[in-house]
Ligand binder design. Sequence first.
Ligand SMILES: C[S@@+](CC[C@H](N)C(=O)[O-])C[C@H]1O[C@@H](n2cnc3c(N)ncnc32)[C@H](O)[C@@H]1O
Length: 364
Amino acid sequence: MHGLASDRLYGIFATDETQLQNSRGNPEVGRGLAFQREPFSAGDTMTDQGSSRPSDASIDKRFATSVLHGLSMRPRRIASKWLYDDEGARLFEEIVASPAYYVPRAEKAILSEYAAEISGAVGRGLGLLELGSGASSKVRILLDQLESLRCYVPVEISEAQLLEAAEEIRRDYPHLPVFPIVADFTERFDLPRAAGEGPLMVFFPGSTLCNMLPGDSVAFLRRMREVVGPAGFFLAGVDLKKDEETMLRAYNDPGGPIWRFNLNILERLNRELGCELDPAAFRHEAIYNREAGRIEAAIYPNADQTMALDGGQFVLPEGEPIVLEYSHKYRIEEFQALAREAGWLPREAWTDRDRLFSVHLLAS
Ligand SMILES: C[S@@+](CC[C@H](N)C(=O)[O-])C[C@H]1O[C@@H](n2cnc3c(N)ncnc32)[C@H](O)[C@@H]1O
């Protein structure tokens, strides 16, 4: 029996990294998304400086609660999913094009070289579920190769980017049913009926899985195994441990797209939560935490900053990080151990010629 039934909700774990989500139902995308905005209260307000604050009714309470929660942690944190508003999604595409950020290049090289092998290993007639699909560019390599795909289901928190990418896929693959779903993949979301009518493969590129803490990754992988059922697959892009200089160069570009992508969170905080922060008073830096085996990308106030939020004022002290993203790096066998812990059977792992990145195929 296959693990899917057409009208079920599939619960995906809320993780430490992404426990609170911001997703809106949209009749055009997916079905029955389980989230709603809960307004604080109505009314526009002006700050003392005369700048416009968002109306309380327009404030996304989940975003506000998530930020409050993250700022109470030490180090302070803001979950990385909030980086991807429209401008964040646009800036991420600039990062993808930057020479030092090796991830997209290496991952595409692997997918291109091994697409036929992947296709042979997973067989015909799959439904393809992509998590954090962004611009849906890497998946095209699979769409060109996988045989008799039943459907493509991109799941993405960045709604405008998702809809645009889905339209482009529809245009370029006119016979492929495409069901975009705007959702937080760490939360429950509904799958289209077509996805449940045969075997499924989850595609999770970009090393986005590695933004989760290792324990959360195991819980997430376990949950995804339930989603695909006993005859499913998981194809994951996973960044490899490598020399620190290469990693630090990839995640640090003062004034460049990575810098602007991370500082853009301050514009979002101001616009959506009325935080009254000065983006020019912060800098971005990523460090490598050797013990934890991860890049830690953070923004740092250049001097004490006061932040308005939810009727209160918070001090962000000079030089103390606000962590925006962990990016764990795994040796092949380290990631396979996580996958086994979650009940998956590692089938194959491919790397690029420079051994910068890996793509893992897991069977349920
Ligand atoms: C590192 S980017 C990778 C984009 C694309 N898959 C690639 O490999 O180039 C992460 C993507 O996941 C999306 N994302 C991050 N957290 C998410 C979440 N909790 N739920 C849904 N989408 C999420 C972001 O909007 C973004 O498009």
